[in-house]
Design a binder for this molecule. Structure first.
Ligand code: TYD
Ligand code: MG
Length: 463
């Protein structure tokens, strides 16, 4: 019998330490090391009962390939994000803040699957059967053939599944509540989460069932514990959204069978999640009459153009260190744009408080947002409103140059479709990117050109 050996595992990053420490040396987090017994189960030394290995067949790299067999959900936004539906035998992790709508989304997806004639099993470790039924009633999907269970033991779940034909889709809500006898630590610890996930992924590969694992995310956007699951699964999707805003975004972080830059947009209503097929209309719907400091950014999410309003407010600061408050954008990028404005355009904001907000609670991750942010800042400082029917996009380099971005044509087409008539953008490179007919495009090579254009006669602001 192997001696029981305890190790200290960081609950944040999964690093194994031999001694307890206040701080994890790998990820720098404090108080995350937990003693876990690893004498058996995953990561343990091979026990006596293990059989000897047997030879496997080696095959050439070339050869016939089958297309990954997919089962479409019928919820088009979910299908787009997963790359055309869930792949049989694959494991997907859906992460998100508690209360964001993961269970709602998966209940609706289960119902859609079931209506399409597939077997679905929904296992919840968080809610009682009655609660799940209540939600299904509220969502109007209680009449579907989804099979339910409230269970947390991996062994019990696997034993139950053995008694029936493997379902097409198995949902485990959530991975943090699962536990297996294979690991000796408490449920929710890294070892338990990893061992449980591994057992369920093995089940997926063996039977061809698509397994969906739900994972709760901590406030700083990391999947606590389940982060270690990220590299074990085939796809990782994040469900995000701002509290107080009704729309939700499903984003791909990793996908072995499809694109990783797609988003699906949903609206949380009283009757569950509704697909939003034209997100730009949603983000721009709150747009007020033309006021200084508002610029529309023609962005791109994967293959889909998204138009969203950026709002800036610049006010004289009374503080020694002016405030910079940013919602929906990167603070470091704002500092960069401010520095470029000051160094290359003579726009001085060093003694001003700067507030930046992306409307609707949307989050911009594209560098192409730089130009729209700069336009909003200059507009707020100068008090000159920007043209109401204009869009902005382009990356700003530290030298003050406006750099080209991908898919100019797509951005312009979307803007035109939504009634915009002009764009301020980088100098177009290819003919394919040339303007859409009836669209007024103003190509800027340097940020200073844009500053001069907006500030107009307000030179007094530039000192
Ligand atoms: P839920 O799916 O339980 O979140 P998660 O599984 O990610 O923790 O969703 C919880 C929130 O969604 C809850 O605050 C209520 C809201 N909601 C609606 O607004 N409409 C609905 O039809 C449903 C089912 C939930
Ligand atoms: Mg839930």
């Amino acid at each position: 019998m192997a001696k029981a050996r305890s190790q200290f595992i960081c609950q944040n990053c999964g690093t194994i330490h031999n001694r307890w420490n206040g701080k994890c040396e790998s990820c720098g987090e404090w108080n995350t090391l937990v003693e876990e017994n690893t004498s058996s189960g995953i990561g343990a030394a091979p026990g006596k009962s293990m059989s000897k290995g047997h030879a496997i067949a080696l095959v050439p790299l070339s050869g016939a390939i089958e297309d990954a067999p997919r089962i479409a959900t019928g919820i088009s936004e979910l299908d787009r994000v997963s790359g055309g539906g869930f792949v049989r035998g694959s494991a997907v992790l859906i992460g998100g803040d508690p209360g964001i709508g993961k269970s709602t989304l998966l209940t609706q997806a289960s119902a859609a699957f079931s209506r399409a004639g597939h077997d679905v099993v929904y296992v919840s470790g968080e809610e009682a059967v009655a609660q799940i039924r209540l939600r299904a009633q509220r969502l109007g999907v209680a009449d579907t053939n989804v099979l339910l269970a409230a269970e947390t033991s991996v062994e019990n779940i696997l034993a139950t599944l053995k008694t029936t034909k493997p379902p097409a889709l198995l949902i485990l809500d959530s991975i943090q509540t699962l536990w297996t006898q294979q690991a000796e630590s408490a449920p929710g610890t890294v070892t338990q989460v990893r061992a449980s996930a591994q057992a369920m992924i093995r089940y997926a590969k063996k039977t061809g069932t698509a397994v969906v694992l739900v994972g709760h995310v901590t406030k700083d956007g990391q999947i606590a514990g389940p982060r270690v699951v990220e590299h074990m699964v085939d796809a990782v999707l994040y469900f995000e959204g701002e509290r107080g805003h009704h729309f939700r975004i499903l984003r791909t972080v990793k996908n072995r069978f499809g694109p990783t830059d797609e988003i699906g947009v949903f609206e949380m209503t009283g009757k569950g999640l509704k697909e939003v097929t034209n997100p730009s209309e949603l983000f721009l719907s709150e747009r007020a009459a033309s006021a200084p400091g508002a610029a529309v950014f023609a962005g791109l999410e994967g293959t889909r153009p998204v138009l969203v309003e950026i709002q800036a407010l610049v006010v004289q600061s009374t503080l020694g260190t002016p405030r910079r408050a940013v919602v929906g954008w990167d603070t470091a990028r704002l500092s960069m744009v401010l520095a470029v404005l000051e160094a290359h355009c003579g726009v001085r904001l060093g003694s001003h408080d700067v507030y930046l907000n992306v409307a609707g609670g949307y989050r911009i991750s594209e560098p192409a947002g730089d130009l729209a942010v700069a336009a909003a800042l200059i507009s707020s400082l100068s008090g000159n409103p920007l043209p109401k029917r204009g869009v902005y996009f382009g990356e700003i380099s530290l030298s003050g140059a406006v750099r080209p971005v991908a898919q100019t044509g797509l951005r312009l087409k979307e803007a035109s479709k939504l009634g915009f008539t002009s764009a301020v953008m980088p100098v177009a490179v290819g003919d394919a990117d040339k303007a859409v007919s009836g669209f007024d495009s103003f190509e800027v090579g340097e940020l200073a050109e844009l500053a001069a254009r907006i500030a107009g006669s307000h030179h007094n602001e530039k000192q």
